[in-house]
Design a protein around this ligand. Structure first.
Ligand code: CMC
Length: 390
């Protein structure tokens, strides 16, 4: 129609109103429900932030205790779902396993997944928060040929997850408080980011009336891409390649600037942040601290620091206002904790899950919601007749 305007990548088009997360890209501000990310990262927990995003206010102590208890009670996967993992190759990327298993979860809750039934929505919110980390940990265990552990519901959310990943059935698991706190902080920093590609995907799929499992599974697939959540894995691959090739950082940056082979500086640039990404600032501070506290020395951290320094003083990056984003330093921390590179994006997915769920619910409850259906500007052939004699 004459009213359709073209906006590749939705750079200028708002698709919804939202009261969940506020971002000011020029000033580097990020707030969940009004609370600055810096304060939440310092004082809050993942489950408290999940409540905040979903319900709009911080929970009381009793509400938080009840919430924590409910999520602990739903960590078990149906035993049959474990066979799902055996059907996949051990080389399967954990992100593919995570999205497929999340979609498969819905098959256990048919008849309990009506988007318009508040009890179903509440229960499936809790189920997903409880079970996604278990699925991700099993994808990890499967990839290294280890047995799955049952969740240990005496542990906190984060410790339970760490034990499922790094514990084994032969030895008692020792909690490492440095690791627990670092992971808690990272999950908080990832918990929401308003209408990013995966959240918009969750909303779009949800706008068709699809249930939460299908919508979240679609969000996981959107997050998998290297321009989005997959960037954390891509950063570590890039650093490893630079180290192994013996190429100087300066030379690598030149190749990025010349757009040789489409090579980009992964972990740099953001659609919204044009001065700095407040999450990246916090992650960078954590990276130094966590590596020191865990007693890990990683030459890739030094390489990342060098790369950042060179890029930040270069006109190409200055003119385009490209700064490190949240994904630039997270991988170094995940690696120090012992996660394989392919688990980095699943960690992002667990972090982002509360945001996806909150947006899905906000969309369902918004009377103005309609099925998402963008327009196009047609550029193809005009009408022509099918050749009947040929
Ligand atoms: N390395 C080199 N050049 C870049 C980069 C980069 N990482 N990012 C943007 N540019 C250039 C781009 O080529 C363009 O240059 P020109 O004007 O000469 O064509 C200019 O900067 C503007 O970039 P754009 O592609 O129009 O920006 P966008 O808003 O469409 O893309 C982005 C944002 C995040 C997809 C992009 O910066 C990028 O691909 N970064 C690398 C991948 C990455 O780190 N993604 C994680 C994003 S943050 C967390 C998350 O969402 O998961």
């Amino acid at each position: 129609t004459g009213h359709t305007s073209l906006d590749y990548g939705f750079v200028n088009t708002a698709s919804t109103k939202s009261s969940i997360t506020y971002i000011d890209g020029d000033q580097g501000i990020l707030r969940y429900r009004g609370y600055p990310i810096e304060q939440l990262a310092q004082h809050s927990t993942y489950l408290e932030v999940a409540w905040l995003l979903l319900y709009g206010e911080l929970p009381t102590a009793d509400e938080l205790a009840g919430w924590d208890e409910k999520i602990r009670r739903h960590t078990l996967l149906h035993e049959d779902l474990k066979h799902f993992f055996s059907a996949l190759p051990h080389t399967a990327h954990p992100m593919s396993v995570l999205s497929a298993a999340t979609a498969a979860l819905s098959t256990y809750y048919e008849g309990q997944s009506d988007p318009h039934n508040p009890e179903h929505v509440e229960l499936n919110t809790i189920r997903m928060l409880a079970k996604l980390p278990v699925i991700a940990a099993y994808a990890h265990k499967k990839s290294i040929g280890h047995a799955f552990l049952y969740p240990d519901n005496s542990l906190s959310f984060v410790d339970n997850f760490l034990k499922l990943n790094f514990g084994n059935n032969a030895e008692p698991y020792e909690i490492n408080p440095v690791m627990s706190r670092a992971l808690e902080r990272l999950l908080i920093l990832h918990a929401d980011h308003e209408q990013n590609a995966s959240t918009s995907t969750v909303r779009l799929v949800g706008s068709t009336g699809a249930n939460q499992f299908s919508s979240i599974s679609a969000g996981i697939n959107a997050l998998y891409g290297p321009l989005h959540g997959g960037a954390n894995e891509a950063v570590l691959d890039m650093l490893g390649r630079i180290r192994d090739s013996g190429e100087s950082v300066q030379r690598f940056v030149e190749r990025v600037k010349n757009k040789e082979d489409g090579v980009k500086l992964m972990g740099f640039g953001h659609r919204v942040y044009k001065n700095y990404d407040p999450r990246a600032k916090l992650v960078k501070e954590s990276a130094d601290e966590v590596l020191r506290e865990l007693g890990v020395e990683d030459p890739l951290l030094a390489l990342a620091n060098e790369l950042e320094e060179i890029a930040l003083s270069d006109d190409y990056f200055k003119e385009r206002r490209l700064y490190p984003n949240v994904d630039f330093y997270t991988g170094v921390i995940y690696k120090a904790m012992g996660f394989p590179t392919r688990m980095f994006t699943p960690l992002f997915a667990i972090g982002r899950l509360p945001g996806w769920l909150a947006h899905w619910r906000e969309m369902q409850n918004d009377p103005q919601t309609k099925i998402g259906r963008p327009q196009q500007l047609y550029t193809g052939a005009g009408e022509r007749d099918y050749p009947t004699a040929h």
